[in-house]
Design a protein around this ligand. Structure first.
Ligand SMILES: [Zn+2]
Length: 383
């Protein structure tokens, strides 16, 4: 893995141990303990103390930073929901039983996540880090006036706005299994922000969007890029498609900085989605993003099999730092291995053989989608 990455540069890891205090609810698939678990695996691997890396503690974003994207009426409702009791207008803004529950501290945690992603962006904008990683971030579904898909405040958009206000040209690359619809919507008419999202096709998965034809508003055609994938797409097909689409567009767009959403829910065992990546494939995609990014603000995202989340984001942070990890999980991580029911003690996954017709279907689909991106998007970039 490490042989694919550039030499280490100044890096920043942004985290808060306060996340442990929050809970979406016992039945909710987004488990906050995935963040602490990831931190502990990074710590066990020695990734918290690296020569060129600094760990920063996130602070809650100010309300005035959040209204750079979100409407005041939505923010007012989110603030009122902080008690854990749903305010009257909650359902008008996507809050309530289901995906976006009202729980005690919902505004506090949204502000904390937003603040962490803004800090990661500020560190890169100020030149204090070349690459920053805030793995609690990447809540890419939140819309300007409503919560959506477990996301209350769109920290990815706020990070991009932070970089834009420093005069930087930004490309956004999102490899979460779900379409990065909130980020796409925020910059749909803006040709100065290129958004690229790879995800399971909208007919099969929330939020039901992310088709190639969603290519940008009238003044920004070709600056919203979507690569939908068929169920059971494996690492090999995903990486080949990624290679056809992402590097040429980034080279043509020439960003100063890339904001990457590194959701790890495209994994085969993720309980909410149907793609078939392994941790190795995820890590190779991260390595390519790192190589292609002059500077990088990396965020987390989805991931509902906690064992994949901890392994995927530890691998990502190692790659960001040009560090090669031993494939065996460290002995000091053993209590978590048992508690979270890890299948083995390895960072990487054992090979899984999917039935040939299933693989063939995914392969055929992605081939047609890459061709569609090349037809619909590439001409706008002189490709
Ligand atoms: Zn997702």
């Amino acid at each position: 893995m490490a042989s694919m990455t550039s030499p280490p540069r100044k890096t920043a890891l942004v985290h808060s141990h306060a996340f442990d205090r929050f809970d979406y609810g016992a039945q909710h698939p987004l488990r906050m303990e995935r963040l602490g678990l990831t931190w502990r695996l990074m710590e066990a691997y020695g990734l918290i103390r690296l020569p060129h890396a600094t760990v920063f503690t996130s602070e809650p974003a100010d309300e005035r930073d959040i209204v750079a994207l979100h409407t005041q009426s939505y923010v007012d409702v989110l603030k009122a929901a902080n008690t854990g009791e749903a305010p009257r207008a909650a359902s008008l803004h996507g809050l309530g039983p289901g995906d976006n529950p009202v729980f005690p501290g919902v505004w506090d945690v949204a502000r904390l996540i937003a603040g962490g992603s803004r800090l990661a962006a500020e560190l890169v904008a100020r030149g204090e880090a070349d690459r920053a990683f805030h793995f609690a971030g990447g809540l890419h579904h939140a819309m300007h006036n409503r919560a959506s898909g477990f996301c209350y405040v769109n920290d990815a958009v706020l990070a991009i706005l932070t970089l834009r206000s420093a005069g930087l040209r930004v490309a956004y690359v999102d490899i979460d299994a779900h379409h990065g619809d909130g980020v796409q919507a925020a910059f749909y008419d803006d040709p100065d922000v290129l958004t690229i999202s790879t995800h399971e096709r909208g007919e099969r998965l929330f939020p039901g969007t992310g088709f190639v034809q969603e290519s940008g508003g009238a003044g920004a055609l070709g600056y919203s890029v979507n690569l939908p994938l068929e169920a059971y797409t494996e690492s090999e097909d995903f990486l080949a498609a990624f290679e056809h689409v992402v590097p040429p567009l980034l080279r043509a767009f020439r960003p100063d900085v890339v904001v990457a959403q590194l959701g790890v829910d495209a994994h085969l065992t993720d309980p909410l989605t149907h793609l078939a990546l392994d941790v190795q494939g995820f890590a190779r995609a991260v390595a390519r993003i790192v190589e292609l990014s002059p500077k990088l603000v990396a965020l987390g995202g989805g991931g509902y099999d906690l064992r994949n989340v901890a392994r995927g984001w530890s691998a990502a942070w190692a790659i960001i730092n040009g560090v090669e990890l031993p494939p065996s999980l460290p002995a000091s991580f053993a209590p978590d291995l048992r508690r979270f029911d890890f299948e083995g003690n390895t960072l990487w996954d054992a090979p899984v053989e999917l039935p040939a017709p299933v693989r063939e279907r995914a392969h055929t689909y992605v081939t047609t989608q890459v061709a569609a991106v090349q037809r619909v998007i590439f001409p706008h970039h002189g490709l």
